[in-house]
Design a protein around this ligand. Structure first.
Ligand SMILES: [Zn+2]
Length: 286
């Protein structure tokens, strides 16, 4: 007789495990952007803004719809945590979970950053990635993930037995958004969300499925480039983990600044149309 807690594999376990996976969201219904007009639109563009994000700090920046922005490694290997908000409504913000479901665990050229419900439209399109050569390494690691959350002082407190560390990306982004908007700190904190981990090299261990990080392959001069589909406010934190080769939530890692540059093209990419908010009627069947 089987004990109630005996979860030994059933006779057909192998057959059940052998069922092939299906892609959750076949993206054939999403037109893959033709990148040529976006590349062409760079010719003769003008740099209209530049922000140097200091090590272990964050800064906000504005990018208009139809403009490009680049995040560039300067001085040394450094990862960045990126938040995006609609410039007209902070409730519309980057939705990393849905972006992951649509594009996979790590983003590169041709992938879009999608916004939260009920908006669910492209906020930005990645138009160039200097690290696109990296792919997936033998550990299952890749660059620019949408699986991590952002380093934060609450998890640090939990895991360190009560430690107080104030320069996690979560706190940095909170302070940067408070400075940018004039919102009180606690109100600004509520708008900080799951990030795109720019330049960070991450994956899941094959044996235990744990989230891992390893030294970023980024070097000074490498960049990730975006096209803004709507008017954006960006927030970028130069993570206290530096290149994330060892740890974060401390002042031990070597950290470097990150450069954000905003470019105005001579003309919008041909064929580009600013995306409207999602077409679902929000009746939910009632
Ligand atoms: Zn961080």
């Amino acid at each position: 007789m089987k004990l109630i807690h005996d979860h030994s594999a059933p006779d057909d376990a192998a057959r059940r495990r052998a069922v092939p996976p299906v892609i959750c969201y076949p993206v054939e219904g999403l037109a893959r952007p033709d990148m040529a007009p976006f590349r062409a639109a760079r010719a003769g563009w003008t740099k209209v803004a530049e922000v140097l994000v200091p090590a272990r700090k964050a800064r906000c920046f504005a990018v208009g719809a139809g403009q490009f922005f680049r995040i560039t490694s300067v001085e040394g290997p450094q990862v960045g945590d990126l938040n995006l908000w609609s410039a007209v409504d902070l409730r519309e913000r980057f939705y990393s979970g849905k972006t992951r479901a649509l594009h996979g665990t790590h983003l590169s050229t041709g992938d879009r950053m999608w916004s939260s419900f009920p908006f669910l439209r492209p906020m930005a399109l990645i138009t160039d990635d200097a690290l696109d050569w990296y792919g997936f390494d033998d550990f299952g690691g890749a660059v620019h993930d949408v699986i991590g959350t952002r380093c934060d002082p609450y998890t640090h407190n939990l895991l360190s037995g009560g430690g107080q560390y104030h320069h996690c990306c979560h706190s940095n982004l909170t302070c940067a958004l408070a400075d940018w908007t004039g919102l009180p700190l606690r109100e600004a904190e509520g708008h900080v969300h799951y990030v795109l981990n720019v330049f960070m090299c991450t994956g899941f261990t094959r044996d235990t499925g744990q989230y891992f990080m390893k030294a970023s392959p980024v070097r000074p001069g490498d960049y990730l480039e975006f096209f803004a589909e709507i008017d954006l406010v960006g927030g970028l934190s130069a993570c206290p983990g530096g290149d994330c080769s060892a740890e974060h939530s401390s002042d031990a890692a070597r950290c470097h600044p990150l450069l954000v540059e905003v470019f105005e093209p001579v003309a919008p990419p041909s064929g580009w149309v600013a995306p409207v908010v999602n077409g679902y009627d929000r009746s939910h069947g009632r």
